[in-house]
Design a protein around this ligand. Structure first.
Ligand SMILES: *[C@@H]1O[C@H](CO)[C@@H](O)[C@H](O)[C@H]1NC(C)=O
Ligand SMILES: *[C@@H]1O[C@H](CO)[C@@H](O)[C@H](O)[C@H]1NC(C)=O
Ligand SMILES: *[C@@H]1O[C@H](CO)[C@@H](O)[C@H](O)[C@H]1NC(C)=O
Length: 511
């Protein structure tokens, strides 16, 4: 990695400051048990309209037998400044666990070069999609900055358990970052939704022709593609990083492990044996399109799927992932609805699924019956709500509050033991979008963390008195605080100075 020494020192300062701040926060959290570290991804370089979709192997991550407590991330420039979404749109980042045999030679790749074979084994989350689809540990997109990810006490995501790591293998982490630079582009939303005509794409990353009715999505904005710029726009290429903060605790028997499930509203339930990818006929499609249904005068597109949950447990955390235009998503239990209603859902949904595949047309399921191709009859959802997650749209210009973008998703932290799912239970996942305009390549994922057990008794840590005590800072912490304050002052001064010198080199933010 080549960096000018100035930026490097500054980065170092920023990272150190970030680290100290996190350590401080950690000191308040959990009787000093929560540790925190902030890392930088490998550098990626984006010019106006360009796309990076890279896989970084063996990235920095806490090691050992530990319980993960949170993962937060954001894109920064090489001076450590957060980069707003209307300049660099973070389509998604994904953190996955894998086992590596021997010494890997590949450290970085794009989707096409992704290495497979017996030296590499994805350590998957608990489900539900086919093969390696949606089997990562953490992953968000534009909503990263304002979405809570913490796992509450006494729960944790168990990793690094030597008993689980296959003999001869090492546990490692891979990071996939898909970012789109939309400075100076003709159509910002179109570029972020990967509309094929804006990328002038007719052949996908693997050299296969993109089918003519595929208007947009991941096949058209792969690594090193270029979105259409406004005539004559000139802008500099710039170096970027994903800065991520991981919190964790050393594993101990008082921690209750949680399993991660990722549900996908495009999941039609089909599993083709031996298939690992996203075939048109295969389970989770990950993406779908929203047709503009102006003719109906409706502003709402509802997509639903019915899924069978494989094991029994208690929901600890829930959050949806949607793209711009998203209006929220709900996960409902259908077991409480009379059993015949469930049968109806399935029999209605399967033909619709076929319809969707054959016509590639409207993928929209609406409640009311009408003759409009965008509307269809579907069961009324009156089950028990497990979690509703709503988007937070930005209202300004600054990073974390960009107007028109989803900058956060609300999360569910049900009271301990209050939301139980039984093995074999039918769940209904519903993803609402505005169909005021057409959207391509949107997503309707739902992340769940589920614990098989609940704590036997309420742990002392949840007791307010103890929280108070934990808030009292030790003399050492005060020292760290004082040092941090000095470090922050120096870093801010340095940032301001560096920024001043750089201003001319940077393109202004384009609306
Ligand atoms: C689009 O791609 C084709 C080849 O696939 C190329 O001939 C054409 O010049 C491209 N158009 C633009 C505007 O870049
Ligand atoms: C989705 O739309 C339906 C129909 O209006 C509504 O009942 C449901 O509450 C909506 N879900 C969310 C999460 O807003
Ligand atoms: C479901 O439908 C069948 C046949 O129509 C009927 O015999 C049965 O009683 C129904 N079950 C419930 C729970 O309504």
């Amino acid at each position: 990695m080549v960096l000018c020494s100035q930026s490097f020192l500054l980065l170092l300062a920023v990272v150190l400051v970030a680290f100290n701040i996190s350590s401080l926060v950690a000191a308040w959290d959990n009787g000093n048990k929560i540790k925190s570290a902030t890392f930088l991804s490998p550098m990626f370089v984006l010019g106006p309209g360009s796309v990076e979709n890279r896989y970084y192997y063996n990235v920095d991550f806490p090691r050992g037998h530990i319980a993960l407590k949170s993962f937060n991330a954001e894109v920064i420039d090489d001076a450590g400044n957060p980069v707003p979404l209307d300049e660099t749109y973070l389509h998604h980042w994904v953190v996955a666990r894998y086992y590596q045999r021997g010494n890997a030679v590949i450290t970085e790749a794009n989707h096409k070069q992704k290495f497979r074979g017996s030296d590499f084994m994805l350590a998957k989350n608990a489900g539900l999609c086919q093969g390696g689809v949606n089997r990562h540990y953490f992953g968000l997109g534009s909503e990263t900055r304002k979405t809570a990810t913490h796992v509450p006490d006494p729960y944790g995501i168990e990793i690094g358990n030597p008993a689980e790591i296959p003999a001869g293998y090492q546990e490692r982490w891979l990071l996939n970052i898909h970012a789109i630079d939309t400075r100076g582009v003709e159509d910002k939303l179109g570029c972020t939704e990967c509309k094929c005509d804006l990328y002038n794409i007719t052949v996908d990353e693997y050299g296969r022709a993109v089918r003519p009715d595929y208007e947009g999505g991941l096949l058209c904005c792969y690594d090193k593609t270029q979105c259409k710029l406004r005539q004559g726009f000139q802008g500099v290429r710039r170096s970027l990083y994903l800065r991520y903060t991981v919190k964790w605790m050393d594993w101990d028997s008082s921690i209750i492990p949680v399993q991660i499930y990722i549900l996908d509203v495009t999941d039609n339930g089909k599993r083709i044996d031996g298939s690992t990818g996203i075939g048109r006929e295969n389970g989770c499609q990950v993406e779908y399109n929203i047709q503009s249904c102006d003719a109906t005068g409706r502003e709402l597109d509802i997509k639903r799927t019915s899924l069978t949950f494989p094991s029994t447990g208690y929901v600890i955390y829930g959050v949806a992932h949607q793209h711009s235009g998203g209006l929220g998503s709900t996960l409902t239990s259908q077991n409480d609805v009379i059993s015949n209603a469930t049968e109806t859902t399935l029999s209605v949904m399967l033909p619709l699924g076929f319809f969707e595949l054959l016509s590639g047309n409207c993928v929209v399921l609406m409640i009311d019956v009408s003759h409009n191709p965008c509307s269809s009859a579907i069961v009324v959802n009156d089950g028990r709500v497990l979690c509703t997650s709503l988007p937070i749209y930005g209202q300004g210009k600054e990073a974390g509050n960009e107007a028109g973008y989803i900058v956060g998703m609300s999360t569910c932290y049900p009271e301990t033991g209050s939301v139980k799912i039984d093995a074999g239970e039918k769940l209904l996942l519903e993803s609402n979008y505005s169909n005021h305009q057409k959207h391509t390549g949107v997503m309707g994922l739902f992340y769940l963390m589920v614990a098989e057990q609940t704590p036997k008794h309420v742990p002392l840590l949840l007791d307010p008195v103890h929280i108070q005590e934990n808030l009292k800072l030790s003399p050492y912490t005060w020292l760290v605080a004082a040092v941090s304050a000095v470090a922050i002052t120096i870093a801010v001064a340095a940032l301001l100075w560096l920024r001043k010198g750089r201003e001319d080199a940077y393109e202004p933010i384009m609306g």
